[in-house]
Design a binder for this molecule. Structure first.
Ligand code: SF4
Length: 176
């Protein structure tokens, strides 16, 4: 099965990429994150994710940065908390685009690390993925990115590879 793995950043995806590469899975990583602002931050995360893929010999695909579309879809939800309604739309928008890309480019299924962080509601991500899957007819695979030592491995690799580890999800910088 040929899988397209949606990654939001290097720290969230490094352990999953390492494991899938070790298992010789047939997969590519796709970076589609028009939610990330400012653009310099987006570029930084993209480059870091690309470097991790190069390290493990994994194909890396970068899709368009359509932040204007993301803003128009989430308009009116600016004050929603993280894990709220804005995130529902954000997850679904990104997954639909990636599933459409998967369908046109010979992938059998999509997976993601959008719920890898402990700050995320994994059930919310999985519900958004199911909606995206119904709309596109592309299967979604729920991969383990938290349990079975994955969280520990992720923390280890983030440190070991000296990965840039941002302090906010994407759309709203933390106020110091
Ligand atoms: S907090 Fe993260 S997942 Fe939620 S809307 Fe913002 S960028 Fe998207």
């Amino acid at each position: 099965m040929k899988i397209l793995l949606l990654s939001c950043c290097a720290p969230c995806s490094c352990a999953v990429i390492e494991k899938m590469a070790q298992e010789k899975a047939d997969f590519s990583v796709v970076f589609y994150n028009p939610n990330i602002r400012p653009f310099a931050e987006y570029e930084k995360r993209l480059q870091e994710n690309k470097t991790v893929c190069e390290k493990y010999g994994v194909n890396f695909i970068s899709l368009e940065y359509d932040n204007e579309r993301w803003c128009s879809l989430t308009q009116g939800l600016e004050n929603e908390p993280e894990r709220g309604k804005r995130c529902d739309i954000c997850f679904e928008m990104r997954l639909i685009r990636v599933m459409e890309y998967a369908k046109s480019n010979g992938f059998d299924a999509v997976a993601s690390v959008l719920g890898a962080s402990r700050w995320k509601d994994l059930a919310q991500v999985n519900r958004a993925a199911q909606r995206a899957s119904q709309k596109t007819s592309v299967p979604y695979i729920e991969i383990e990115a938290r349990k079975s030592g994955m969280q520990e491995r992720r923390l280890f690799l983030t440190k070991d590879l000296n990965l840039y580890n941002q302090r906010y999800c994407g759309c709203k910088p933390i106020q110091d």
